[in-house]
Design a binder for this molecule. Structure first.
Ligand code: NAD
Length: 495
């Protein structure tokens, strides 16, 4: 594989600069096969191209990361934090154009892309503030015989495998604590939204010693090679439950430590003690339809106490009907297209089967530009009622702008319905009675419960986040993520 100098955008086609997500190893771009990255709002527009990384690329990246590990891990946490803070500043300075690029490759509306890119810089900044934690040892016993204490040590080369839905933000939830703790990384962006993340990673790599950050974009081949690689000690994987299971199997080969952030089927529960206000309705519109439903902790099903049900459905469908679907770069759009054809076709098939089973399927909202509607993966927001609690639409992770709304009669019934799923990522409880909401929250089998909120911004980088059951293993965010990419070492000092 020949090496070419690093650069951020490569090919000129007339006046259009095409972006490139390349294999980046020790600051050098490696040769590879490429495939196009298209704009989901106009699928004939090629935004850039992505390297389809191979096992050989992963070998090269792991070798570079291993070579960089001794020097990086021996810096103090404060010295590493200084490097990371400089990178956070560079990302923030470029956030505007990066967010536009993200909308063009991922589809989400511009404010959502700004949250994604700005969030990455924020996460990096947050972890630089935790350097002191790594410098501290915990003393268990200290007396005339000696001292026994423990401290956190880096694991080594860490793989970070990223999905396409919030690529920059999610990548930095793994990368930031891993680097602060003294690990070096091999990052694999998804082939479906790799361009913005790769541009950000090139900026990060340029601010750090050579080989500390390496990038192998591509599909399952590169991801599987990372999961199985004997030179990698830890994998942060974010993606579907099915792929997470494959990662865990492959990681067993060298007993890699894994953190798995997987799929969700989050319920929102509107209790009898709730008051159905405009705010409640608007919050539940946002929490379902932000990013066209393609966030792991979007609400995927709404349960409403029968005393509120009819009125809720009327007000909710009216609010959803005000959404405008269009190109995410157009400020009039409130939701963009879904990201890719398989996802688009999956949702349409799911709705066909739901209609055929007798449910009421209301396709709502407005198409911003009917003339170019068929050029993109646009789906109008859809609310489904008269659906069985065990129906496919209710029990699967739809990952699209579709939500079922179901009535319930008692607390026990709704707790049973909410927990009757293979997933356990998050949930929300809606009530004016805090004690009632907390009683329900504590009975839910999921990693996070929100009360009277359930949207981006409700979670925080300091808040442990992750899933029960099929939604994952381990907790990301905050100090828990820092612990998850370090080993605890105990020293019994009898000098
Ligand atoms: P996916 O599982 O298809 O892919 C995720 C990543 O894994 C991609 O980079 C992909 O190329 C790679 N991959 C594919 N096959 C692999 C293999 N055999 N070994 C290793 N890596 C492999 O998921 P997706 O469609 O990109 O993302 C959507 C899913 O991610 C949804 O289920 C969503 O809920 C989940 N997600 C979870 C969280 C969370 O925090 N829990 C956050 C965002 C997304």
């Amino acid at each position: 594989m020949a090496q070419t100098p690093s650069r951020t955008a490569v090919a000129d086609r007339g006046d259009t600069v095409l972006h490139e997500a390349a294999v980046l190893v020790a600051g050098q771009r490696l040769d590879s096969e490429f495939q196009p990255v298209v704009n989901p709002a106009r699928v004939h527009e090629v935004v850039g191209r992505v390297a389809m990384g191979t096992g050989e690329h992963v070998d090269r990246a792991v070798a570079a990361a291993s070579a960089a590990f001794p020097a990086w891990s021996q810096l103090s946490a404060h010295e590493r934090a200084e490097h990371l803070a400089r990178a956070a500043g560079a990302i923030t300075a470029a956030a505007g154009p990066l967010a536009e690029l993200l909308t063009r490759e991922q589809g989400k509306v511009l404010w959502e892309s700004r949250v994604d890119v700005g969030g990455a810089a924020h996460i990096l900044g947050y972890y630089t503030g935790l350097a002191e934690r790594l410098a501290e040892d915990e003393v268990f016993r200290s007396d005339s015989r000696g001292t026994i204490f423990s401290g956190r040590r880096p694991m080594g080369v860490t793989g970070v495998i990223v999905p396409w839905n919030s690529p920059v933000y999610l990548a930095f939830l793994g990368i930031s604590p891993a680097l602060l703790a003294g690990n070096t990384v091999v990052v694999k962006p998804s082939e479906l939204a790799p361009l913005t993340l790769s541009a950000v990673l090139e900026m990060l790599a340029a601010k750090l010693p050579e080989g500390v950050v390496n990038v192998v974009p591509g599909g399952g081949e590169a991801g599987a090679a990372i999961a199985a690689h004997p030179g990698i000690r830890k994998v942060f994987f974010t993606g579907s439950t099915a792929t997470g299971q494959q990662v865990m199997r492959a990681a067993a080969g060298n007993l890699k430590n894994v953190s798995l952030e997987l799929g969700g089927n989050d319920p929102a529960i509107v209790l009898e003690s709730a008051v159905v206000t405009d705010r409640l309705v608007d919050e539940l519109v946002q929490s379902v339809f932000t990013a066209s439903g393609q966030i792991c902790f979007n609400v995927k099903r709404i349960y409403v106490h029968r005393s509120h049900y009819d009125r809720f459905v009327e007000r909710y469908t009216a609010a959803v009907d005000r959404l405008v679907v269009g190109d995410g770069l157009d400020p009039r759009s409130t939701i963009g297209p879904v990201n890719n054809r398989p996802q688009f076709e999956r949702i349409l098939g799911l709705l066909d089967r739901t209609r055929a089973a007798g449910a009421t399927v209301r396709v709502l909202g407005t198409a911003l530009d009917p003339d170019t509607w068929d050029d993109g993966y646009f789906l109008r927001p859809t609310v489904v009622t008269d659906v069985e609690p065990g129906a496919e639409l209710v029990s699967c992770e739809q990952f699209g702008p579709v939500v079922p709304v179901l009535p319930f009669d008692s607390d026990d019934e709704v707790v049973g319905l909410a927990n009757a799923t293979e997933f356990g990522l998050a949930a929300s409880v809606w009530s004016e009675d805090r004690e009632h909401a907390l009683r329900i929250a504590r009975r839910l089998e999921c990693g996070s419960v929100f009360i009277n909120v359930h949207r981006i911004g409700a979670s925080d980088v300091s808040m442990p986040f992750g899933g029960f059951k099929g939604s994952g293993i381990g907790r990301g965010h905050g100090i828990t993520a820092l612990e998850a990419c370090t080993e605890l070492q105990t020293i019994a000092d009898y000098v």
